[in-house]
Design a protein around this ligand. Structure first.
Ligand code: GAL
Length: 416
């Protein structure tokens, strides 16, 4: 054997061994938008997974952007390109069903729900939200609340105001604050957070029954009541900061915490940010109330993970889903995330004062679903609604926005 041949033999051997190692090492790739400030809860769960499964290398693929605005686009490219992650974050409800279940891209998880005893551990209404076409399509890790108004108790005291109970009262409070030099009493952030504010205004103006009627088709999007929602929304917008489009949801929260604004309407991941990342004490560093006009109603959404068909690491993905759905997994994740457990048997002692109050409301309030966070409408409606909003922000024409929403609802067959 010449030295040259020997050299090539060694190189070949090394690469064969390398490939064998790569094949031998089991992997799990999970995909979500929980990075940076939003990352600690997911990281705690991944740490637990790694401790349970030391031989599995975890790849944590994240695409930043609140409410999944960027992640959903990347996911679409990967799914359609035949390169699905082993498990991905998706909102329970129409976001998953209307996109990936109807396209036959997901595995039915009914047998997993049965073998893990989950049929009795999750609320029946939530299982219904995850179900369609005779299957159950994802595992819920939490329940978040959309309709929350946040504030700093000491600041409200200083300004002599209290959290408003209706949107009309909010407008009066807004004027009182502006008279004291608080130019933008309500902190707002980038585009999707504007839609998020809209859903709280809509719930407050319509009430829970008419809100739910929008999604079942019982109430039309161009009903006079909905025109009123847009009119009220326009007045509320006049109380917000001019630089909203350049702020992430966390920066909008910061604006409220700094006292540049008095209030912020955001889902309770804001409680996770304030308590976990900023280490503020619930009730002291920040306070909360149902957004105006929505007391007694819990607008819910749930983050869940599904199992796409044809994944590379099926076994590792199943183990991930089992941890997510377990009591242990939910009680590791949720106290850090600012959400409550989706399971019925979680340990309240692990949760802070805000989360304990949310858990109580979840039990006794009327429950409705969020539009912006995927529960009630398919993406085909939700994304076009974003365009209606952009046009509205330019024109402030309530009637035109209501008519355009009706046209989209008819086009996508909402409630049919
Ligand atoms: C929601 C999601 C939450 C949180 C939030 C901000 O859609 O359900 O878990 O991540 O977006 O990004």
């Amino acid at each position: 054997m010449t030295r040259r041949t020997a050299f090539f033999l060694v190189v070949a051997l090394v690469s064969v061994l390398g490939a064998a190692t790569a094949r031998g090492q089991e992997k799990l790739e999970i995909f979500s938008w929980w990075a940076g400030d939003e990352g600690p809860a997911l990281q705690a769960l991944l740490d637990r997974y790694a401790a349970q499964n030391p031989s599995i290398a975890v790849v944590n693929s994240t695409v930043t952007g609140g409410s999944g605005v960027n992640a959903r686009a990347v996911l679409k490219t990967r799914m359609l390109g035949g390169d699905p992650p082993d498990s991905f974050q998706v909102h329970a409800g129409q976001e998953l069903i209307g996109t990936w279940v109807v396209a036959n891209r997901m595995e039915d998880l009914t047998s997993l729900f049965k073998s893990e005893g989950w049929m009795n551990q999750f609320p029946p209404g939530l299982i219904a939200l995850l179900s369609a076409k005779g299957g159950i399509w994802s595992v819920p890790v939490n329940i978040h609340r959309s309709n929350v108004m946040w504030y700093v108790p000491a600041n409200l005291k200083k300004w002599g105001v209290t959290p408003p109970k209706t949107w009309d009262e909010f407008l009066t409070t807004c004027a009182a604050l502006q008279a004291q030099g608080v130019k933008a009493p309500l902190a707002l952030g980038e585009n999707w957070t504007v839609n998020h504010l809209w859903e709280s205004v809509a719930l407050g103006v319509l009430g829970p029954d008419a809100w739910s009627g929008l999604w079942s088709g019982r109430v039309r999007m161009d009903d006079a009541k909905v025109v009123k929602v847009w009119e009220t929304f326009g007045k509320v917008l006049a109380c917000t900061n001019a630089d909203a489009s350049g702020l992430s949801w966390q920066q909008a929260t910061d604006r409220m915490l700094k006292g540049d604004s008095a209030f912020n309407v955001m889902g309770d991941w804001a409680a996770g940010y304030m308590a976990t990342t900023l280490k503020l004490k619930p009730g002291e560093g920040f306070g909360w109330a149902a957004s105006p006009g929505t007391g007694g109603t819990f607008m819910m959404l749930s983050d869940s993970f599904g199992l796409p068909k044809g994944v590379k690491h099926h076994n590792a993905a199943q183990k991930w889903l089992k941890l997510l759905g377990s009591r242990e997994g939910q009680d590791i994740f949720n106290p850090l995330k600012g959400s409550i457990a989706a399971r019925l048997d979680s340990d309240p002692a692990k949760y802070n004062a805000y989360l304990q109050s949310a858990a109580k409301d979840w039990k006794v309030n009327k429950v409705v679903g969020s539009l912006v966070h995927g529960a009630v409408a398919p993406e085909s409606f939700a994304s076009q609604f974003g365009t209606v909003m952009e046009i509205y922000l330019g024109s402030k024409n309530a009637q035109a926005a209501a008519s355009a929403s009706r046209a989209i609802a008819d086009q996508v067959g909402l409630g049919k």
